[in-house]
Design a protein around this ligand. Structure first.
Ligand code: DX5
Ligand code: ZN
Length: 230
């Protein structure tokens, strides 16, 4: 079980201090939301910010590219210190090339699915990815409510993963708090991005531990589904 605080919910005037706070809180991953003002209606930060916080922590940098042209960003983020890059399946026929490029840069490979998109669109790529990101809000902004209709997608992703040769992590992102993280863990998620619900806490370490304990206890307690249409 991996907890990944999202820097999008940190104080943007104190990225360095907030990175250190997440690291000291015991989070394994730091989730870095890259928004281009085109794929999503918001702009966040770029490779230079990632480069400047890289020396502050050993946390795994989980870069989520909500961008229309990730082609031009893969090398800059790899050089800046990303450990994994996730692109969106909505980029359609450009997906195979993008996944290949991320792998060729020596990084872990992630593929994200937006709420209106069927998870079946990711199925052709499951052998090539390290992580499947099921978006549980429409991306663009932190602090939105969790869309519970996404739970069957997590169950479907977990059902597929029981087939031999498939090892991807199942990450959820958007509206994840102590309660919704447990719902996702029961459905099969193992990687939990959480912005507002974690960075909003004065005691970030306590919140990270509580979330990890909660999802660890909940894992495997949900009903297993073999296949659902979603
Ligand atoms: C949504 C981003 C998320 C965001 C989650 O567009 O991809 O990573 O930071 O924030 P919360 O946890 O506040 O919903
Ligand atoms: Zn994200």
């Amino acid at each position: 079980m991996i907890i990944a605080p999202s820097l999008l919910a940190a104080n943007f005037g104190k990225f360095a201090a907030e990175t250190v706070r997440a690291s000291k809180a015991g989070a394994e991953w730091l989730h870095l939301d890259i928004m281009d003002g085109h794929f999503v209606p918001n702009i966040s930060f770029g490779p230079e910010v990632v480069r400047s916080i890289r020396p502050l922590t050993k946390m795994f940098f989980d870069v989520h590219l909500m961008c229309s042209k990730p082609e031009i960003l893969l090398e800059p983020f790899a050089k800046a210190g990303a450990n994994q890059m996730t692109i969106h399946v909505e980029l359609a026929d450009r997906v195979p090339q993008l996944l290949w490029k991320i792998r060729s840069l020596g990084l872990k490979v992630g593929l994200a699915v937006n709420p209106p998109t069927g998870v079946a669109q990711a199925q052709p790529y499951l052998k090539q990815i390290d992580l499947l990101l099921v978006m549980t809000v429409n991306p663009g902004f932190g602090g939105q409510p969790f869309i519970s209709e996404m739970l069957p997608k997590i169950q479907q992703a977990a059902a597929w993963r029981r087939e031999p040769g498939l090892h991807y992590r199942i990450e959820v992102d958007g509206g994840i708090n102590q309660q919704t993280a447990i719902e996702c863990a029961k459905a099969g998620a193992d990687t939990f991005v959480s912005g507002t619900a974690l960075f909003g806490q004065r005691q970030l370490g306590t919140a990270v531990r509580k979330m990890r304990d909660g999802v660890t206890k909940a894992a495997g307690k949900g009903a297993k589904v073999e296949a659902v249409n979603c």
